[in-house]
Design a protein around this ligand. Structure first.
Ligand SMILES: [Zn+2]
Length: 442
């Protein structure tokens, strides 16, 4: 085989194995819209080019056979590791191995690969690289095939309540024990809200919202296409949500809400993670060699200025929605009272308490606007996806020093469902139910 072709083949095999190992990051970046798709593609292309440059320089210094052996060694190790990770995710490798057996098998695998690469003819090594490339491509696109052939149509849960103009306001990370400022805000507008304390549909945004929409469990959920999330046999493809109200407006983040067809208006915010995709991808790819969280990465995740830019753009999109002139139904998913602090920087408890107050001010602004526009003909549903996640935030460097675990006030296991209306109908609050968007109205 021509040396240039050979270099291309082994570099491609390594890069594709790396991408297969990172399929969670690839699909996650596109699904959550952490970065525009063109940036994700550019980063992958950059990694492929760096690999190619590395292979080419090895060939120049060591000759093509040695270069082929060294790069194929790295590819095979990464490939076997990737297969092991996938098997573990599929629960096929859950049997705990004793440490000695683990080390023994690692030595056997490394020895096996070395002997094969040392003794095999070049054409066999080329064949192995080709097979690895093809299986990595198949693995990368297989979720798309699963979604295309098995996802089912799901009815939109965002319906008018009792024929009133209805807002479903999802305030991300609102603990059930933290809602007093919001209740007081409603009461000071002379509204007696009906409130329920419900079991959260999932411990994280990726698990709970698909469960709230479908009524099925999504505890293993992960993005499996640009518009779908998969959890075991359960799939929610946002592009297959049907029976959409013809005046449904959505302003959202984290899930690809704008993939829903037939919306009157939609604003999809970028999910703030790292300031640039370069830091994001470096922090992800370093996990291949170091599973822990590097300080460099931890201190750069969700910086307040980035989150606040996203919030302000979402508020603007919310108040610009045609709902405010035409009525209908609106669903909005805001990163509030979700940390970090909207207006202050302090410890986790301080920032969270301040964010709850900001959320209460936002609720008041909603009631004032609804009264002005629709008189009594409206319903405001306030709910959330999960309570405050101390286990997540206390790992952040900026919160870990302030006695992160000390305040029990916000450590609820339940989530609230608050229904606020001046219209005369009876809403039956679900007691002890699981949080869902489907409400029982009589
Ligand atoms: Zn959330």
């Amino acid at each position: 085989m021509h040396p240039i072709k050979l270099n291309l083949l082994v570099a491609l095999a390594f890069a594709l194995t790396l991408f297969a190992n990172s399929s969670e990051w690839i699909w996650g970046s596109i699904y959550h819209f952490t970065h525009p798709a063109w940036q994700v593609v550019s980063i992958l292309a950059a990694y492929a080019l760096i690999t190619l440059a590395f292979v080419a320089s090895l060939t120049i210094f060591l000759g093509s056979k040695k270069s082929l052996q060294i790069v194929s060694f790295a590819t095979l190790v990464l490939y076997i590791y990737t297969v092991y990770v996938v098997a573990r995710q599929l629960n096929a490798a859950q049997v705990p191995w004793p440490m000695s057996a683990k080390y023994f098998s690692i030595v056997v695998v490394l020895l096996g690969i070395s002997i094969f690469l040392y003794s095999a003819k070049i054409e066999y090594i080329v064949r192995v690289n080709t097979a690895i490339s093809l299986s990595a491509i198949f693995y990368l696109i297989s979720p798309l095939l699963v979604v295309a052939f098995t996802s089912q149509v799901v009815a939109s849960p965002f319906k008018k309540i009792n024929n009133t103009n209805t807002i479903y306001l999802l305030l991300d990370e609102l603990s059930d024990t933290a809602i007093d400022p919001i209740i007081r805000a409603l009461e000071s507008e002379n509204i007696k809200p009906i409130r329920s304390s419900l079991i959260t549909a999932g411990s994280d945004t990726i698990f709970s919202i698909p469960a709230m929409i479908t009524g099925k469990k999504f505890d293993q959920a992960r993005p499996c296409s640009a518009t779908a999330v998969c959890s075991g046999g359960n799939i929610l493809d946002f592009s297959k949500i049907s029976q959409v109200e013809n005046k449904l407006s959505i302003v959202g983040v984290h899930h690809p809400y704008c993939a829903i067809k037939g919306l009157r208006y939609c604003y999809q915010s970028m999910l703030p993670t790292y300031e640039s995709i370069i830091i994001d991808s470096v922090c992800f790819f370093t996990k291949l060699v170091y599973r822990g969280q590097l300080d460099f990465c931890s201190s750069r995740l969700m910086p307040p200025n980035l989150v606040n830019n996203v919030r302000n753009e979402m508020f603007s999109a919310y108040w610009a929605a045609p709902f405010w002139s035409e009525g209908g139904v609106m669903f909005a998913h805001f990163l509030l009272p979700h940390p970090p602090g909207l207006h202050i920087e302090g410890g986790l408890n301080e920032e969270y308490a301040a964010n709850i107050n900001d959320a209460a001010l936002f609720v008041t602004a909603n009631i004032v606007a609804l009264d002005k526009k629709f008189d009594k003909n409206y319903t405001l549903v306030i709910t959330t996806d999960h309570p405050l996640r101390r286990n997540v935030w206390c790992k952040f460097k900026r919160y870990s020093n302030d006695g992160c675990m000390s305040d029990p006030l916000y450590s609820s296991k339940n989530v609230p469902m608050i229904v606020a209306s001046r219209a005369s109908y009876y809403y039956h609050p679900p007691d002890n139910g699981i949080n869902k968007f489907q409400l029982d109205v009589r």
